[in-house]
Design a protein around this ligand. Structure first.
Ligand SMILES: [Zn+2]
Length: 309
């Protein structure tokens, strides 16, 4: 998922959390709503057109655009509030790269022009658009791959405020558990990890949007939502430290661990779920963070047999 561009040496002495800083100029997803205008509105409209909503891309967020947004949200089980914000953007954006054509390319070209690219908004992703994407990525500390994927979309739309994407931290203070605890399989073989601690701070593994999540089995939980729809799930908490909808960076304290839900003994249960809802083994991901490396792509993680050899 995220590419950590630069891993700087962390002064190890009194550091409890290992955060891998990245040079990425970030961006929070903007909230675009009825009454708005400008390139972000045009971008919303092109992306809605890509998803089959036949509205004009006129830069005017009026009732027609609002009802298309509401329909788009309803069809995906989102809160149908007509606002294109952090919950809706990850579903609306479309990855485009050289060879792509159509409305989603127009959306990307509109964003690049917002940042001074001066492209023809023609829906054809050729070498000129590719060059503009790479120049933008290079100037903003992103992986220079020519792909307008979730990270580049968020940067283009965000305009430089909000927590930086990239960077990782262990979910617990470094001294809380030995390395082996992060590589142990879940007790019942499920794709998850149980970190056996009592009542201690829990931290954001990476940046994301906080979703308060409670269920009979999870107890008091938090889902840390990623721009591509994947999420990190924390269960059995005793208390949360962050508000619903908060944008956090890696290492932000999210909660105090505990013993709520179907727990048995106090511990932190951590899951990783990709955008398709499938749970993935977190072990290799967490060990990479423990070791100060770059974690693997979430989609590369196995879905069963979570043993780390
Ligand atoms: Zn568990």
């Amino acid at each position: 998922m995220r590419v950590v561009a630069i891993l700087v040496a962390v002064a190890a002495a009194a550091v409890f959390l290992v955060v891998s800083p990245s040079a990425t100029a970030a961006g929070a997803w903007p909230s675009v709503r009825q009454g708005a205008g400008g390139p972000d509105v045009v971008t919303v409209q092109y992306l809605l057109r890509h998803h089959g909503h036949g509205i004009p891309a006129d830069g005017d967020f009026g009732p027609v655009t609002a009802s298309a947004v509401t329909a788009f949200q309803s069809a995906r089980g989102l809160v149908a509030d007509g606002v294109v914000g952090p919950q809706t953007w990850p579903y609306l954006i479309v990855p485009v790269r050289q060879g792509s054509t159509g409305e989603a390319v127009r959306a990307a070209q509109t964003q690049l022009n917002k940042h001074g690219a001066g492209l023809a908004v023609d829906g054809r992703f050729g070498s000129v658009t590719d060059g503009a994407v790479r120049a933008y990525q290079s100037a903003h500390g992103l992986a220079v791959d020519g792909l307008v994927g979730p990270q580049t979309w968020q940067s283009l739309l965000g305009g430089g405020s909000g927590p930086a994407p990239g960077g990782h931290a262990l979910p617990l203070a470094r001294g809380a558990l030995p390395r082996a605890a992060y590589g142990a399989p879940h007790w019942n073989g499920n794709p998850a990890v149980d970190l056996m601690v009592s009542y201690v701070p829990a931290y954001a593994i990476t940046s994301g949007t906080v979703d308060h999540y409670d269920s009979a089995s999870c107890g008091i939980g938090i889902r840390l939502l990623q721009p591509d729809g994947s999420r990190f799930v924390y269960c059995h908490l005793s208390a949360r430290s962050v508000a619903e909808g908060a944008s956090v960076s890696a290492g932000t304290r999210l909660a105090t661990t505990g013993d709520t839900g179907n727990s048995g003994d106090p511990h932190l249960h951590v899951e990783i779920r990709t955008a398709d809802g499938v749970a993935r083994c977190p072990q290799r991901y967490l060990l990479a963070i423990y070791d100060g490396g770059t974690p693997p792509a979430l989609t590369s993680l196995p879905t069963s047999g979570c043993t780390v050899g």
